[in-house]
Design a protein around this ligand. Structure first.
Ligand SMILES: [Mg+2]
Length: 174
């Protein structure tokens, strides 16, 4: 049962993930959570850091799609200058938001990876969809209110899976 929470990889931040390694794993599209994954939850707009990472993805021929549980207004505004495609109200950990992207962009499960800062939403949604996942540390220490509650449960779940699967934070994916 704990397997549903197990990320494929655990990496310091989204910006540590190298496009070349993603390519080696056959990844053509990265699905990424927004708040505290791509930008701090309290940032209204995108950042220079995100722009650079996105450019390196694009240079490697990898697409980036935002899959967020937040509302369309927030997501649209946050990524407006980057012109990123997105799904808002994704209802993670349910697989609906991810499935919508797979269907819309005609993607196979093997060629996508979900990146996010929460085990109980992002990683669980990826596993519910049977796609690869990368769990990253949140960009800032504070969280949106609903996330604060999830973090308490996440701590417990992480303690259990870390032991069972000998998990470790890495500098990049393998
Ligand atoms: Mg998040």
């Amino acid at each position: 049962m704990l397997r549903v929470f197990k990320p494929t990889w655990m990496v310091e931040s989204v910006f540590h993930i190298s496009p070349q390694k993603l390519k080696r794993h056959g990844i053509t599209t990265v699905l990424a959570d927004l708040d505290n994954t791509l930008i701090p939850w309290n940032n209204k707009t995108s950042t220079q850091r995100l722009r650079h990472w996105m450019e390196s993805l694009h240079a490697a021929g990898i697409k980036l799609v935002v899959v967020s549980n937040n509302n369309p207004r927030r997501v649209k505004h946050a990524v407006a200058d980057l012109q990123l495609p997105f799904v808002a109200h994704a209802l993670k950990p349910l697989p609906v938001g991810i499935k919508r992207v797979l269907k819309r962009d005609h993607l196979n499960r093997g060629e996508v990876v979900m990146v996010g800062d929460q085990l109980l939403t992002d990683v669980l949604a990826a596993n519910n969809c049977k796609i690869k996942s990368i769990w990253v540390k949140p960009l800032v220490k504070t969280d949106l209110l609903p996330t604060k509650i999830n973090r308490q449960l996440e701590k417990i779940v992480y303690r259990l899976i870390r032991k069972k699967y000998h998990l470790q934070w890495k500098e990049d994916i393998d």
